[in-house]
Design a protein around this ligand. Structure first.
Ligand SMILES: Cc1ncc(COP(=O)(O)O)c(C=O)c1O
Length: 417
């Protein structure tokens, strides 16, 4: 682009970049939004997706231009091009997309899912406050609460994920945040989010949710009473296991506190990662449909095997949490647990090592299948783990479910041995 054209593009962007880019599309089916939302090829020389805009410095035309943008920032207008850390066209496009999908007011990005969980949680806290955190919360978030929040004089009580309205009894005068993760990504309990949110709000506390398992497509966290919904975009949103990224979406009411905290802490995400996440979003509904279908097929097969004590898949009829899942969720993803009947550690290790199509590794939400043995007991404080056998977490990817079942069948010979 020559200079005047580039300038025009930036000015147009500054003028039109609002969550409106997304809300203009409201009324469209989610699949249509995923294809068309937050794109503006004419601003970018015809590029179908907003391209990677790398910038620390963003220069102004003149002092008047700088003043104009500063005033827009002071009015808290979205999409103001001011300094790279506050966002560029690439990050604004992704923020708009996620805000729309979550049904939120605005979205901020963090450089990892963990960073986003922590930013959402800590935005409402000060010394002397109290947090209620689900016993099923992602381990590093628990760790943050116990270590860093503890050092700042903030106490945390862990609660049984299935407590529902019973959470009322745990709320203290200084409880500011109730942190939920449903289903827990290691132990898969489904939480009664509306009941928990009702109690929390009644006592003036905020509800912060890790909504990564379902993605914003299969659980509308804010519609169910959550104030801040967090996504580890590292998982389904990016979908290709090659990006670390987080997103925090808030209601209008919570925006100011979350935004202030994020700004003060220098929260930021790189444009390459935001670009890849935006590209991943385009196929999110197609991928999720496939993850859902295949995972249910694999889970059903596992549930019928004599070596299995319990399949922990909320979408599976009869499995723990299925009734709540059916009431609140629009779909299920590819991540679930399987508890094998008690066996030796050697057999379990041999089972994992024998798998050819499920790779051993920590993350999930990508196109590929994953396996990870889990040991929930030492971490839990409020709810004893009810199973005797070993827990293994599976992520069912986009491979043929028949091939995955054949792989599991073969590897399960080792459990029998
Ligand atoms: C449920 C859940 N939330 C948050 C995270 C953190 O995401 P990231 O790895 O991007 O920090 C993870 C990662 O495994 C997760 O499983």
């Amino acid at each position: 682009m020559n200079a005047p054209l580039a300038r025009k593009a930036v000015q147009e962007m500054a003028a039109t970049r609002t969550p409106v880019t997304a809300s203009r599309q409201s009324g469209l089916a989610v699949e249509t939004f995923l294809s068309h939302g937050t794109r503006s090829p004419h601003d970018f020389g015809g590029s179908v997706n907003p391209p990677v805009c790398r910038a620390s410095t963003l220069v102004f035309d003149d002092m008047a231009d700088m003043d104009r943008r500063q005033q827009a920032l002071a009015r808290d207008e979205p999409g103001v091009l001011w300094y790279g850390r506050l966002g560029t066209a690439t990050t604004f496009a992704l923020q708009d997309s996620i805000a729309y999908l979550e049904g939120g007011y605005r979205t901020l990005l963090a450089s990892s899912g963990l960073g986003a969980c922590i930013a959402g949680l800590s935005a409402f806290l000060k010394a002397g406050d109290h947090v209620l955190m689900s016993d099923s919360a992602y381990g590093p978030v628990r760790h943050y609460a116990k270590t860093v929040l503890g050092r700042y004089g903030i106490t945390t009580t862990f609660y049984d994920p299935q407590i529902g309205a019973g959470i009322e009894a745990l709320i203290q005068a200084n409880t500011r945040v109730v942190y939920v993760e449903s289903p827990g990504s290691q132990t898969f309990e489904v939480q009664d989010i509306p009941a928990i949110a009702d109690c929390a709000h009644h006592h003036g506390a905020r509800v912060v949710m890790d909504n990564t398992w379902a993605s914003p497509l299969y659980f509308k966290a804010l519609e169910h009473g959550v104030d801040v919904s967090v996504q580890a975009c590292t998982k389904y949103i990016t979908g290709h296991s090659d990006v670390l990224l987080g997103a925090i979406t808030t209601t209008r009411e919570c925006w100011q506190e979350v935004h202030e905290q994020a700004f003060a802490h220098g929260l930021n995400a790189g444009p390459d990662d935001a670009y890849l996440a935006q590209r991943g979003l385009r196929t999110l509904s197609v991928r999720l449909e496939r993850h859902q279908r295949s995972a249910l097929q694999v889970a059903e097969w596992l549930a019928a095997q004599p070596e299995v004590e319990q399949v922990l898949h909320p979408g599976l009829p009869g499995a723990p949490g299925h009734t709540l899942w059916k009431r609140d969720f629009k779909g299920s993803s590819g991540l679930f647990g399987v508890v094998f009947k008690p066996c030796t550690q050697e057999s379990l290790r041999a089972f994992v090592d024998a798998l050819q199509l499920f790779h051993l590794g920590f993350s999930w939400g990508g196109f590929e299948s994953m396996v990870m043995p889990e040991v929930p007991m030492p971490e839990r404080e409020a709810s004893p783990w009810p199973y005797q056998g070993s827990l293994v977490r599976l992520h069912v990817g986009l491979e043929s479910p028949d091939d995955l079942i054949a792989d599991l069948r073969e590897a399960m010979q080792h459990l029998r041995a």
